[in-house]
Ligand binder design. Structure first.
Ligand code: PMP
Length: 455
């Protein structure tokens, strides 16, 4: 009864009982799932004993690397002392309080409060409701519409999938819900035509202005975007983009929401993505790197502008989760942030490993099948191209990315592909040697692409 199941047993049980997220289960069940059993540092091992360098930090989240005993200890201590209590009905717990303070200490002078959730998707639903409540409390109940971007990603709940600009998600279940509108993305390589990246950045930002005009300024509550689009393919906006977006949101009096679920907590070499790009959002959903994925926790950073209304005008905000500010998750997150601070990991990305990674990553641009290799801090996007000179893309973008990703996997490197873009997001502790290994393995996978596919 208590015997450890064999690998093939586990795969069969998985096929019989487990539905995976974002997966074609018929195809996966036929092939059998990969089962990850353990991890240490930047490496993971599957159940066949194969070792991989994780170039993706789990799912953009294990920023301090695997095997941090001090996070496990903090969670264990908290679980023994107080495994659970809620933050409803006039109560809360020490870790939730201290975590809110710690996050605020890095968020900039205008950003002082946090509302806790368990995930990025719940954070999206939270700010979405908060934005509408904010305008209503200010006597502008008509300001309810939210503008987001095509190919953006903000989670999988109904609001998250609606705000996201993923066509395939919208097609499943009549999304987006009412009140959500999309504009284009600052994806110069694919959509910039003959414009320079700087010109295109301005043009993409000005789509927001045009959309506000079309919908009516008095009807629009907020605009949301990721500082760098993650799941959409690590789309790094031209430098002109964010200043113009920020200007438009201020001029038109709409809330600016920076989705920091991936960029938050250091990945760009700044504590938050909005600090890297030099703008001040009104609301900012967070998750992933807050606990480095050791336990589920997310939240929304709330600026003083919004908090003054939420705290002083709204009365009860009828919103919250059983596990908002969960003490064990908060204790793990606090220890994770202590590690990031004490080991100087944000500074390491800014001054040391980030520039080293950039050198290796950008060197791949010389490869004949690479159109552009771009990165900020420790997030990289690499555009595959059939013809560099004309920016012509491969005929079957999805197949191309998968081919490169699978070659990396076979050779012990976890990479992610979004269509014809390769994505990297390693742990903040990655060594120079591991960066070299990543770039080397990816380079061989690119050779393989060049040898196998021509169009
Ligand atoms: N926003 C962004 C930018 C994300 O990348 C994600 C997850 N990849 C989410 C929101 C949703 O977070 P979660 O999966 O924790 O619900």
């Amino acid at each position: 009864m208590n015997e450890k199941p064999t690998i093939s047993n586990l795969a069969a049980i998985d096929a019989a009982h487990h539905i995976h997220p974002f997966s074609d289960m018929k195809e996966l069940n036929a092939k059998g799932t990969r089962i990850i059993e353990r991890a240490e540092g930047r490496h993971i091992w599957d159940s066949t004993g194969k070792k991989y360098l994780d170039g993706f930090a789990g799912l953009w989240c294990v920023n301090v690397g695997y095997g941090r005993k001090s996070i496990a200890d903090a969670a264990y201590r908290q679980m023994q002392e107080l495994p659970y209590y809620n933050s409803f009905f006039g109560t809360t717990t020490p870790p939730a309080i201290l975590l809110a303070q710690k996050i605020a200490s890095h968020a900039g002078p205008h950003m002082n409060r946090v509302f806790f959730t368990n995930s990025g998707s719940e954070a999206t639903d939270t700010w979405f409701r908060m934005a509408r409540v904010y305008w209503k409390a200010l006597g502008m109940p008509e300001k309810t519409l939210v503008i987001a971007r095509r190919n953006g990603y903000h989670g999988s709940t109904v609001a998250g999938a609606s705000l996201g600009g993923m066509k395939l998600m919208h097609e499943q279940g009549n999304l987006p819900i009412d009140g959500i509108h999309h504009i284009g993305q600052p994806y110069w390589y694919a959509e910039g035509g003959d414009l320079s990246p700087e010109e295109f950045g301005l043009q993409a930002a000005r789509e927001l202005e045009a959309k506000i005009d079309e919908l009516g300024e008095d009807k629009v509550a907020a605009f949301v975007a990721e500082p760098i689009q993650g799941a959409g393919g690590v789309i790094i906006p031209p430098d002109t983009y964010w200043p113009e977006i920020s200007r438009i949101c201020k001029a038109r009096n709409i809330l600016l929401v920076s989705d920091e679920v991936i960029c938050g907590f250091g990945r760009l070499g700044s504590w938050f993505g909005y600090q890297h790009y030099g703008f001040e959002p009104d609301l900012a959903p967070i998750a992933k790197g807050l606990s480095s994925g050791y336990l589920p926790i997310g939240g929304v950073l709330v600026s003083d502008r919004v908090a003054d209304v939420m705290v002083n005008e709204v009365g009860d905000f009828f919103h919250g989760y059983t596990y908002s500010g969960h003490p064990v998750a908060a204790a793990a997150a606090l220890e994770n942030l202590r590690i990031i601070e004490d080991e100087g990991l944000v500074e390491r990305i800014r001054d040391d490993i980030g520039p080293y990674f950039a050198k290796g990553w950008k060197s791949l641009e010389a490869h004949p099948v690479v159109g552009q290799a771009d990165c900020v801090g420790l997030i990289g996007g690499l555009q595959l191209a059939a013809d560099k000179a004309t920016r012509r893309r491969y005929a079957k973008p999805d197949d191309i990315g998968s081919l490169v990703r699978n070659h990396c996997l076979e050779n012990g490197l976890i990479m992610r592909a979004t269509a014809d873009r390769m994505l990297a997001s390693p742990a903040f502790t990655i060594t120079r040697g591991e960066v070299d290994e990543m770039v080397g393995t990816l380079s061989k996978a690119l050779d393989h692409l060049a040898e196998t596919v021509t169009e």
